[in-house]
Design a protein around this ligand. Structure first.
Ligand code: URA
Length: 422
């Protein structure tokens, strides 16, 4: 078999067989297929798609590119398809672990314009996010949870594809996203999974039809692999939290674990509650009560410290979030007139923060002071920008002015959950 034949086949809109997909994954991981050819085939998949069966074969082959974990206890998990200011995992994992549920959360780095959980975890000095089976077992025993990333032994195919897709813009593809996410869930031994499929300008799909298709495909792949799953389609027409950028987002995570209200907290409560209901048939009202108590009692905050500490992180910054460094130069961007916030160009906001951080500088970012449906007076503060570069700051400031659209007419607040897909 030759990789060039598979690339030609996919470019001719033909289906790849299970053996061909396995050949691709094996070659990508053991280095016999060159990076440029991996990208060519990923591009052909991006351009011409895959059937549900091909995507399912791809997910399974990616999962089996490394070790597949098995545990005696029920492992639960959630996964977001990616959004702006989406730090839900960092809040949900400690909530559920504090309630004695076991979670092996395998996440990725920033992808396209969206932020990555792994980048945010590295706000804490010395944290270790690559773990093997034995180490994961120990972490589960110690704290009920771990927050890890793909590695040479866990879904290495996804680690390779994820980076290449990010570098080459091959991100917003239903088969590539579905296989990337479900391969990680299968490899990490999850028994119950809730997918948070983002929909809107800040997601990879703003079209509800595509979001639904992605949701159905992921739940289908889970079903044929005997994993219980559901998906929620959730709003990403505006950043979920108020802060965008690694350090700022971690500050907000700690604020939410300390009680700060808002859309980020509301969605975390909803996702954690529904995951509990799916796991042990607890009634919705009782599950929500438990989740609220985990937050209000600060047990979830304590659990976050424990989980991070068990992964070698210095937790000083959780105890004293003011130690989380934020760029010193800041500037406010204000409304040029009064009106209701009608639209926030969320993808563009994510892209701007990515450029500002150059994917490495964690202390830059944007704080949003408004959300869709708010009424603002002229000169009301819309954003605060935190940057290290005075010259570039001017440019960002000018761009940001056009990213909030105001209306003279009343604008309704957006619903957080758009639909449930089983
Ligand atoms: N999250 C992932 O893990 N993979 C994707 O492709 C998109 C979001």
């Amino acid at each position: 078999m030759q990789i060039s034949d598979l690339i030609i086949k996919k470019n001719n809109k033909k289906r790849l067989s299970q053996d061909e997909i396995k050949f691709f994954i094996d070659g990508a991981v053991n280095g016999t297929i060159e990076q440029k050819d991996i990208v060519r085939l990923l591009k052909a998949i991006y351009d011409f798609g895959m059937t549900n069966n091909e995507t399912s074969d791809l997910a399974l082959a990616m999962c089996d590119s490394g070790e597949r974990l098995h545990f005696d206890e029920t492992i639960i998990d959630k996964h977001s398809t990616g959004g702006v200011s989406d730090s839900t995992s960092l809040i949900i994992v400690p909530i559920l672990a504090s309630l004695n549920y076991k979670i092996v959360k395998m996440s990725g780095k920033s992808l396209g314009h969206t932020g990555g959980t792994v980048d945010k975890l590295h706000v804490f000095d010395d944290i270790q996010t690559e773990k093997n089976h034995q180490q994961i077992l120990k972490l589960l025993e110690q704290t009920n949870a771990c927050m890890i990333e793909q590695s040479k032994t866990l879904v290495p195919a996804d680690k390779i594809f994820y980076t290449l897709r990010d570098e080459t813009g091959l991100v917003d593809s239903i088969p590539l996203i579905a296989s990337s996410i479900t391969s990680k869930k299968l490899a990490s031994g999850a028994d119950v999974v809730l997918f948070d499929v983002k929909c809107g300008d800040g997601a990879f799909f703003s079209d509800t039809k595509k979001a639904k298709k992605l949701a159905r495909l992921m739940t289908h792949i889970m079903k044929i692999n005997k994993v219980k799953s559901k998906a929620l389609i959730t709003d990403m027409t505006q950043p979920l939290g108020k802060n965008i950028g690694c350090n700022l987002e971690m500050v907000e995570v700690i604020e939410v674990l300390n009680g700060k209200e808002g859309r980020l907290k509301s969605l975390c409560i909803e996702l954690a509650t529904r995951l509990i209901c799916m796991t042990d048939k607890t009634k919705y009202k009782d599950a929500k009560q438990k989740v609220l108590l985990a937050l209000s009692s600060k047990l979830a905050l304590k659990k976050f410290e424990e989980i991070m500490s068990a992964q070698n992180a210095n937790i000083e910054k959780i105890v004293n979030p003011e130690l989380i460094e934020v760029a010193k130069i800041n500037h406010k961007v204000c409304a040029s007139k009064c009106g209701y916030i009608e639209k926030i160009c969320t993808k563009k906001l994510g892209q701007i923060v990515n450029i500002m951080s150059d994917k490495n500088d964690r202390n830059v970012g944007i704080k949003m002071n408004v959300e869709i449906g708010d009424f603002v007076d002229k000169n009301c503060e819309l954003f605060t920008v935190f940057y290290n570069d005075k010259v570039q700051l001017q440019k960002v400031k000018n761009e940001l002015k056009n990213l909030v659209i105001l209306s003279d007419k009343f604008v309704k607040k957006n619903k957080l959950i758009l639909r449930v897909v089983r």
